[in-house]
Design a binder for this molecule. Structure first.
Ligand SMILES: [Ca+2]
Ligand SMILES: [Ca+2]
Length: 373
């Protein structure tokens, strides 16, 4: 039935396009809402979507045998939509893909993707290459064989990643050195935002901005437990930074606001050789094995951050760093945490997709540290 309605809409669109006298009719007439409930339908709907197509995926687990992909753009006023049907639970599982495959690859602009889980990918779960104006909300990228969610390439512009859960990703063949929760790497383009992310228990970093040469904004996010060898890998090479904010010679002023890093095997927040004016405000680094904040060579601006119980120390900062109002600065006191029990941070998100309520690492302060929401 879904195929029939889709074909009807396409036929109508073709007829309209052929009728020169009807050219004033809106092009939205070609749009179609496609409800899919098999892997074949899902594969076809994605590959044949055009601007305005709305793909609604019925609840269940789908096992594609080839990467789901599109190079077809939506437009800002008529995006392509890919989402779960109603409030149904949809999992797209990479277990049947050839080794080395991604589950979902977009090289396209103006897609809105929401309420989907991408799991068990042989390689990266979701890759958006040179995408403009995509919106990702309430997506999960979990237990894959490389990074969970990736933006990459030049022309990566104005993309929003909202309320992403990305965890348990591990690149076994390379001993965990690559699989990040979010990778925004090897590319450029402004206006990219990560908000409300929960990035944890990945083999490499929580979020990695390696060799991305334009500013990225991260806010209201949690990155924890990354880089810990959970796979019994005797040659484990995961780095385990909560927020890796550079690499490969870039100089770029990324921004991180109101976010937290805890229990990572490396540093909570690190420039990773980025010499730019990185801005870090109202964040918290707790019980990371390395430094809370590692900014040895950058001209970072660190303000109102809170570092407690990090293995190497609160902060390593070079002479070009501006530091004010942080708990390591003179005259600034360290407020007490209301809770250091992280168990509630694993809870389900709210119905709207926001991070679960928690008192973990909250202090009640209105001047310093992350608010944990
Ligand atoms: Ca690494
Ligand atoms: Ca990494």
């Amino acid at each position: 039935m879904s195929r029939l309605s889709r074909h009807t809409a396409l036929t109508l669109g073709t007829a309209l396009a052929l009728g020169a006298g009807l050219a004033v009719l809106p092009t939205q007439a070609q749009a179609a809402t496609v409800v899919v409930d098999t892997t074949a339908e899902l594969t076809s709907a994605i590959s044949s979507a055009t601007a305005g197509t709305v793909i609604q995926v019925r609840g269940g687990t789908y096992y594609p045998t080839a990467t789901l992909q599109s190079t077809t753009n939506g437009t800002s006023s008529s995006p392509v939509t890919l989402t779960a049907y109603g409030s149904e639970t949809v999992k797209i599982d990479g277990s049947s893909l050839p080794s080395g495959s991604w589950i979902f690859k977009l090289t396209a602009d103006y897609w809105n993707v929401s309420n989907l889980t991408f799991q068990n990918s042989p390689d990266s779960a979701v890759v958006c290459q040179s995408c403009t104006g995509t919106n990702w909300s309430n997506v999960k990228t979990i237990n894959g064989g490389d990074s969970g969610f990736t933006l990459t390439g030049d022309g990566t512009v104005n993309n929003t990643v909202k309320n992403l859960d990305s965890y348990g990703n591990y690149d076994a063949a390379t001993h965990g050195q690559n699989a990040d929760g979010v990778a925004i790497k090897f590319g450029s383009g402004t206006g990219n935002l990560v908000t409300g992310a929960r990035l944890y228990n990945n083999s490499d970093d929580g979020i990695d901005l390696w060799s991305f040469s334009s500013p990225v904004t991260i806010e209201h996010s949690w990155s924890f437990g990354n880089g810990v060898n959970r796979w019994g890998d005797s040659a484990f090479e995961g780095n385990g930074n909560g927020y890796k904010l550079g690499g490969n010679g870039v100089t770029v002023a990324h921004v991180v606001n109101n976010s937290a890093a805890w229990g990572n095997a490396g540093n909570g927040f690190t420039e990773n050789s980025n010499t730019g004016a990185i801005v870090i405000n109202r964040t918290t680094a707790y019980a990371n094995s390395g430094w809370g904040y590692y900014f040895a060579t950058s001209s970072a601006k660190l303000g109102k951050n809170l570092a407690v119980s990090n293995g190497s120390g609160s902060v390593s900062k070079g002479s070009a760093v501006t530091s004010a109002g942080n708990n390591w600065d003179s005259g600034i006191s360290t407020p007490s945490f209301l809770s250091t029990d992280a168990s509630t941070t694993y809870n389900a998100r709210s119905s709207s997709g926001t991070l679960p309520a928690t008192t973990f690492l909250t202090t009640g302060s209105t001047t310093i540290g992350a608010t944990m929401n």
